[in-house]
Design a protein around this ligand. Structure first.
Ligand code: AMP
Length: 190
């Protein structure tokens, strides 16, 4: 492939960014790194850490920034992430954005793009209820949205100021959103 891509996918829960992260990772031949998936894997092991994270996740709240910093810096140090990566679900808070900037500085690299995938609130909630994952009851979904608006949405302006933000309308089909992402990144659609 051509240039390495270092991409963050930003957006509310159920905006479709996880699906798009995986598609794009396949297209570009780089790993999609989902912190939510990594945490769910930790929960599945039944470890002490997994139990702690699981309780926080079940309420729709955020796992603490220190633990997330450890998880993400270890993951980005792995060999497969050196030629690019797509981060799905990190950063989610201002301190996490600072941690990511510090990690990238240490690796002497920077983000190429932050893709904001957003959709209307009724679409997000309908998708959440359709999916039926255990942490997707309507109350938890609304809490996840509230946390997103309060803690994560401010990152939109932060990355916009840095000139790396591209906004994608996530109300469309998976294929259409995928096409829009590829065109925003300037990669030829297949
Ligand atoms: P996700 O699959 O990205 O929606 O993440 C599922 C849950 O994992 C979130 O609701 C949080 O509780 C937790 N989580 C995932 N990524 C992060 C993060 N970067 N910071 C804090 N908590 C996270």
């Amino acid at each position: 492939m051509g240039k390495p891509f270092r991409i963050v996918l930003l957006g509310p829960p159920n905006s479709g960014k996880g699906t798009q992260a995986e598609r794009l990772a396949e297209t570009l031949g780089i790993p999609s790194i989902s912190t939510g998936e990594m945490l769910r894997a930790a929960v599945a092991t039944g470890s002490e850490l997994g139990k702690r994270a699981g309780e926080v996740m079940a309420k729709g709240e955020l796992v603490d920034d220190e633990l997330m910093a450890e998880i993400v810096s270890d993951r980005l140090a792995e060999a497969d992430a050196q030629q690019g990566f797509i981060l799905d679900g990190y950063p989610r808070t201002a301190p996490q954005a600072e941690t990511l900037a510090a990690i990238l500085e240490r690796l002497e690299t920077r983000l190429d793009a932050v893709l904001l995938v957003d959709a209307d609130e009724d679409v997000l909630i309908a998708r959440a209820l359709g999916r039926g994952r255990s942490d997707d009851s309507e109350d938890v979904m609304r809490e996840r949205l509230r946390v997103y608006r309060a803690k994560t949405a401010p990152l939109i302006e932060h990355y916009d100021r840095l000139g790396v933000l591209r906004s994608i309308d996530g109300n469309h089909s998976i294929e259409e959103v995928g096409r829009r992402i590829e065109s925003a990144l300037g990669i030829a659609g297949g």
